[in-house]
Design a protein around this ligand. Structure first.
Ligand code: PEP
Ligand code: MN
Length: 337
């Protein structure tokens, strides 16, 4: 349920409604817009059954929110959320490009990548230090050593860094080194991990689960926000379908759907969506045209010897060519790169 106040409602009218909600043991989420304040009720709204809030001064209307996610819901928070990652803002007028290797393999590999992607115009360095691999025998990541290279790359280039966390231990280590935590597709519904990531207060990049509906994805975001962390960025990375020509199927329609249902920024990862380097450019273009707030693109100094996801990774030259080709489209969309 949301209570929409009349335009320019007085603070005392807003405070009165807020205290009625809180007296019932519920949480009142205040979204103060330019003219209109919206008060969202989080919790069991049945506790307000004996209250007719519509009669209070300056209450305009009461709207039922049927979706189970509330804090991630656009009805609760009509203005878009802008997430700050270091000195980069996601959800504003910059098309934010995150790039880097699937896995941090060595200090030299990561530093070379950080410098190359920065030169090509990327804003954030990605790199996996904890790799959730399909096979237990595949390279599992350098763990804390990899995180230390991420921090070194950030210190050398000034690019904020994002790294996936797969456990509580990984979160405890990562908070010492990175600017943003990534929750991967395979952990999107690891509710314990979501809550722990929420508690850190660091911005969280939440990838869509392999077979998750948009509602399930937004409920996962709700876990993080409900843990006290509103800094969530969603990442569409393709979903499982019957199609086998690409690794996953990029659900490009999730971009406008998320924009309609939520205030959270959304970026697109065409690398994991396709699994094929040759398709990354087309889907990057599609993501920009669909209104995404950013892109995540895997790059590697030599994709032919990458320890993971080589076939979908771009070389530095290919990445630079991509950012150059994206520039005019980004500006047509009213953004900058
Ligand atoms: C990744 O970003 O390297 C990754 C493992 O992605 P996803 O969780 O989307 O598969
Ligand atoms: Mn990868």
């Amino acid at each position: 349920m949301i209570i929409v106040m009349k335009p320019r409602a007085k603070q005392e009218s807003i405070d009165r409604i807020k205290s009625i909600i809180e007296e019932k043991g519920l949480f009142a989420h205040i979204s103060a817009g330019h003219e209109v304040t919206i008060i969202g009720v989080v919790g069991d709204k049945a506790k307000l059954m004996d209250q007719n809030l519509a009669i209070y001064e300056e209450v305009d209307k009461i709207v039922d929110v049927t979706e189970s996610y509330k804090l991630a819901n656009k009805k609760f928070h009509p203005d878009p959320t802008i997430v700050n990652v270091g000195n980069v803002t996601i959800g504003g007028d910059t098309m934010v490009i995150m790039s880097g290797p699937c896995a941090v393999e060595s200090r030299q590999q990561l530093l070379a990548t950080a410098h190359a992607i920065k030169k090509a115009g990327a804003h954030i360095l990605r790199g996996g230090a904890y790799k959730p691999r399909t096979s237990p025998y595949a390279f599992q990541g350098l763990e804390e050593e990899g995180l230390s290279y991420m921090k070194e790359a950030r210190d050398e280039t000034g690019l904020p860094v994002v790294c996936e966390v797969t456990s509580l231990d990984a979160i405890e280590s990562a908070v010492k080194y990175v600017d943003m935590l990534q929750i991967g597709a395979r952990n999107m519904q690891n509710f314990y991990l979501l809550k722990e990531a929420g508690k850190t207060g660091l911005p969280v990049l939440l990838k869509r689960g392999l077979s998750a509906t948009i509602d399930e994805w937004l409920n996962a975001a709700e876990y993080i926000i409900a843990a006290g962390n509103p800094n969530v960025v969603l990442c569409e990375r393709g979903i499982r379908t019957f199609e086998t020509a690409t690794r996953n199927t990029l659900d490009i329609s999730s971009v406008p759907v998320i924009k309609a249902k939520s205030h959270l920024p959304i970026i697109v990862d065409p690398s994991h969506a396709t699994g094929v380097r040759a398709y990354v450019k087309s889907l990057s273009m599609a993501a920009v045209a669909a209104g995404a707030d950013g892109l995540m693109i895997e790059t590697h100094p030599d994709p032919s010897i990458a320890l993971s996801d080589g076939p979908q990774s771009l070389s530095f030259d290919q990445f630079e060519e991509l950012t150059e080709e994206l520039r005019p489209l980004v500006s047509i969309m009213g953004k900058r790169l």
